[in-house]
Design a protein around this ligand. Structure first.
Ligand code: ATP
Ligand code: MG
Length: 656
């Protein structure tokens, strides 16, 4: 059976400090192993105990896991709860006056809001939704700036049992219409205008445009939050309503709708890195458990932490680690409206110092761009409050990891490299920071209770050092329940026939190293086949990024008569994009570098330079588009989630 060859060697190991280990929620490998053993011995009992401990139930569950209609699994199905109750009401006695959210606006002003205030706002807005006729099971599209109000909108939907579908505020009218149409939503919640990096974002205008397109007729009302201080937007009488007018006379109490654990909580579309986005549907009970248990284990949450996840609420990371996880566990968290490069590339670091952030969670793409824009900038700020750093979204190249560890974390903070997906709902593979020693570039070990494995095309486990498909062998509580409107696609994509419908196929390639650590090698779709060797993209890219000249790299395959496929690398340098003779000289140098670092087999045949790479709006490299460019073909694929279309033109003409 064919496996994937691994060529990258990375042996640096960073165990937690003694002090960190002793204080951690899961302490040492003994602690980690004990939890794993419990999960192995009694899988359902393990999850049931956690669900009873961490979640507040209105009606306790008796059934744990129902597999009769696999792969449509059910968890805690006879239990009742409300997630907004778990995030707000249950904290009011002990933490009512604690800061729930520190909001920092684009312009640098900030404000604190307590759990009691947030609860009141959510109740008022939930009452306003009810007054508009929104009820349990209705779909509500949220197209908001990253803000307290976005969280209020999501929590309010959850409180009354409406299913939210958050659409990132940077998406176009067409993408917004597609999501409205797919969910047959009845209401849109938006803002008159957002502001990012000092520039206005015309949210309401985009909503108006989307509602003028065919397919969005299901929308009855638009609620507009007045973020920018003007009424300077078109208002359609009878349809459009101001947030502040709807809420002002609403009571600050709202009895939550008691939901069945399996009632849908939200729909969220995937990033679209590998194809047309999928409407991932999550449910209430299992999802909440996933968010809570990972806050406790992976982010080692303790009272007094200031937690900051930089992801927008438009992504799954902003759902689980902004809207739900931190509030459910009672944390104080930072919500930042702006962008990391405004007013300068030190924004993240100055905010960590200003708000005394202890736990900072961001994406490799942000880290790589901040290295490029100012590798020394963190040193100008007091980052001593930090105790944990996290990454998510893509594999982090070891050199970027080391910079993050040393320059941002002062060689003191464990890095939790968290592998997970929109579909998984919560972190799945990640080091527990007080237990598992980290290795730059590896997401390390599965969380206790997550039965991850790596298999070849026949579904058989692969040997260490050999790459294969990453799979999860048992259903887990926070998993996707179906693709909205497309149960067939759900089955085919995640529980394919080739594995007898028994394994959850993540779509990523990975390998175990000799210590049992997991290394994500890239997307299965992106695996290259060079002279009979199957290569993942991550290792070649990481070798390139390890060169001092290189900021970012993406590799793809291109048909080659003799080798089958040739490696083509798209490279962004830390310096300006080179041209002509200089470009050819650096390309030659980089080809030799890769041959030397990981071997001739992985050496790019072709290197092309760009100012940037095509990325999804969540910051992930879209290699499928680069593959088309490398072949010199026209792009006919779904590009609705592409952030920077202009880059395609530049790269098309970048052959040396
Ligand atoms: P689509 O499914 O539409 O192609 P997507 O997979 O990019 O889009 P997401 O659910 O946002 O949508 O991303 C999940 C993917 O991100 C994972 O499958 C994996 O490829 C990548 N990923 C996330 N975290 C990590 C990580 N820590 N290390 C490596 N890869 C990661
Ligand atoms: Mg995916």
């Amino acid at each position: 059976m064919s496996t994937i060859d691994s060529v990258l060697q990375e042996n640096r190991l960073f165990p937690p400090s003694e002090d960190f280990r002793i204080k951690a929620n899961v302490s040492g490998m003994e602690g980690y192993n004990a939890l794993c053993e419990k999960a192995n011995n009694d899988y359902e009992g393990f999850w049931a105990e956690l669900a009873r401990d961490l979640v507040t139930w209105k009606k306790p569950f008796n059934k744990v896991l129902d597999e009769t209609n696999a792969p449509f699994f059910k968890w805690f199905e006879d239990g009742e709860l409300n997630i907004s109750y778990n995030c707000l009401d249950r904290h009011l006695d002990a933490r009512g006056d604690k800061t729930a959210i520190i909001f920092e606006a684009d312009d640098g002003s900030s404000k604190h809001i307590t759990y009691r205030q947030l609860h009141a706002q959510v109740c008022q807005f939930a009452n306003a939704l009810k007054a508009q006729g929104v009820k349990k099971g209705d779909r509500v599209v949220i197209y908001m700036p990253h803000s307290i109000e976005a969280v209020v909108a999501m929590q309010s939907c959850a409180r009354i049992g409406a299913i939210h579908s958050v659409v990132f505020g940077g998406f176009s009218a067409g993408a917004l219409r597609d999501r409205i149409q797919d969910a047959a939503a009845t209401l849109v919640i938006t803002a008159n205008e957002g502001v990012r990096g000092g520039k206005p974002v015309p949210l309401k205008a985009v909503v108006d445009e989307a509602l003028g397109l065919e397919g969005s007729e299901s929308i009855k009302n638009v609620i507009v939050y007045r973020r920018a201080d003007h009424d300077n937007v078109a208002f359609k009488a009878g349809r459009d309503l101001w947030w502040h007018e709807l809420t002002q006379s609403q009571p600050a109490q709202c009895e939550p709708e008691w939901m069945n654990a399996e009632d849908p909580l939200f729909i969220l579309y995937t990033s679209g890195s590998t194809g047309k986005p999928k409407g991932i549907q999550h449910t209430t009970g299992g999802y909440l458990l996933g968010a809570l248990v990972t806050m406790k284990w992976v982010f080692d949450y303790r009272e007094g932490d200031v937690y900051w996840c930089t992801a927008d609420v438009g992504w799954i990371t902003g759902h689980s680690y902004v809207c739900y996880g931190p509030l459910a566990i009672g944390a104080t968290q930072v919500v930042f409206e702006g962008v990391p490069t405004y007013p300068d590339a030190g924004r993240f670091w100055s905010m960590i110092a200003k708000h005394k952030v202890t736990t900072f969670y961001t994406a490799p793409t942000a880290i790589r761009s901040l290295i490029k824009l100012g590798a020394d900038l963190p040193k100008q700020h007091d980052l001593s409050s930090l105790r944990i750093l996290g990454t998510v979204g893509e594999p982090i190249n070891p050199e970027a990891w080391i910079w993050y560890y040393e320059v941002v974390g002062g060689s003191r903070c464990p890095i939790v490299d968290t592998w997970w997906q929109t579909e998984t709902g919560a972190n799945m593979i990640a080091p527990l920071p007080g237990a598992v020693a980290t290795k730059p570039g590896s997401c390390t070990l599965p969380l206790p209770g997550i039965m991850a494995d790596i298999v070849d095309e026949a579904g058989a486990p692969v040997d260490p050092g050999k790459g294969g498909a990453l799979v999860i062998k048992r259903p887990w509580p926070s998993m996707v329940r179906t693709i909205w409107n497309d149960a067939e696609r759900f089955k085919k994509t995640y529980f394919p026939e080739e594995f007898n419908g028994k394994l959850y196929l993540a779509g990523d390639s990975a390998h175990f190293d000799e210590n049992g650590y997991i290394w994500i090698m890239g997307r299965i779709d992106d695996v290259l086949n060079v002279s009979g060797h199957r290569l993942g993209t991550m290792e070649i890219e990481s070798a390139l990024v390890a060169n001092p000249l290189v900021a970012e790299a993406a590799v793809v395959g291109k048909p080659h008569e003799i080798k089958g496929e040739a490696v083509v690398a798209f490279v962004v340098l830390k310096q300006a994009r080179p041209e002509g003779e200089e470009a050819r000289r650096i390309a030659k140098e980089l080809r030799e570098w890769v041959a030397h670092e990981i071997g001739k087999i992985a050496q790019p045949d072709e290197i092309r330079f760009g100012d940037n790479l095509p990325k999804t709006r969540s910051g992930k490299i879209m290699r499928r588009l680069l593959r088309v460019i490398a072949k010199g073909e026209e792009i006919t694929q779904d590009v609705s989630t592409l952030e920077n279309p202009a880059i395609l033109d530049q790269l098309r003409h970048s052959a040396l």
